[in-house]
Design a protein around this ligand. Structure first.
Ligand code: HEM
Length: 205
């Protein structure tokens, strides 16, 4: 019975990593990318998202609760669960470890990021271009954000590979190879979108 429950939680953990957390990550980075087209574009896009109907309920059920569940079980998997690390070849074994390391880095990054954006907005700061500009013109914070964004995007893209294999969408060696290239492309494109935005906030270009 306990095994059934653990299996169910692991499946839910896997699904939530893609829907909704992964989709939210992509949406978040694409909306922020409006900064590249100027301050006004970013402010419009951010206030559109902020003024969506039922925004608090959406945030709680589509973002906070799924991330909380995924993160708590994720920390358990990294530090407590027995992992069968020898089931893949050399390359996949490394990616398996990187998946865990980037999970922990992403957790630290998201906690700090939510504190200095969402929590500050709730305490009265205004959600606009200058909030992020103020944070990212500090070189230490800029590099912290670069590492945090790359870590989150890697974790999502490599996780997508694991998701597609473990849910049975890519079973043959050939389809797993195609999925490797596809998820590498996802990593490169989404990383570009995220890092390009950080450069605009930090250097105004
Ligand atoms: C931006 C936030 C995050 C996204 C988009 C995300 C996405 C994903 C995805 C898609 C998977 C693959 C699921 C699968 O293997 O079937 C995954 C796995 C995993 N995630 Fe996350 N995740 C995020 C944050 C976190 C955090 C904060 C932790 C905390 C440590 C974490 C820990 C893990 C672990 C340990 C796995 C591997 C699970 C396994 O091998 O069974 N993730 N994640």
């Amino acid at each position: 019975m306990a095994e059934h429950r653990e299996y169910f939680y692991r499946r839910l953990h896997s699904l939530l990593g893609v829907v909704p957390i992964g989709l939210f990550l992509i949406n978040h980075l694409v909306v922020n990318h409006f900064a590249v087209y100027g301050e006004e574009s970013f402010n419009k896009a951010a206030s559109f998202m902020h003024n969506l109907p039922f925004v608090l309920a959406l945030e709680i059920f589509v973002i906070y609760l799924p991330i909380l569940f995924h993160a708590i079980l994720g920390v358990y998997i990294v530090f407590v669960a027995k992992n069968n690390v020898r089931r893949y070849g050399f390359f996949r074994n490394w990616l398996f470890y990187l998946q865990r390391i980037t999970g922990i880095i992403t957790l630290v990054f998201i906690a700090w990021h939510v504190f200095e954006t969402r929590v500050q907005v709730a305490l009265g700061a205004s959600l606009d271009y200058s909030l992020m500009e103020g944070i990212l013109t500090n070189p230490v914070m800029f590099w912290f954000y670069v590492i945090g964004v790359l870590s989150a995007v890697f974790h999502f893209s490599n996780g997508l590979w694991g998701f597609l294999v473990s849910w049975g969408f890519a079973q043959s060696p050939r389809s797993q190879k195609i999925v490797t290239y596809a998820t590498l492309l996802v990593f490169l494109v989404v990383s570009y979108i995220g890092i390009r935005t950080l450069i605009t906030f930090a250097y105004g270009v």
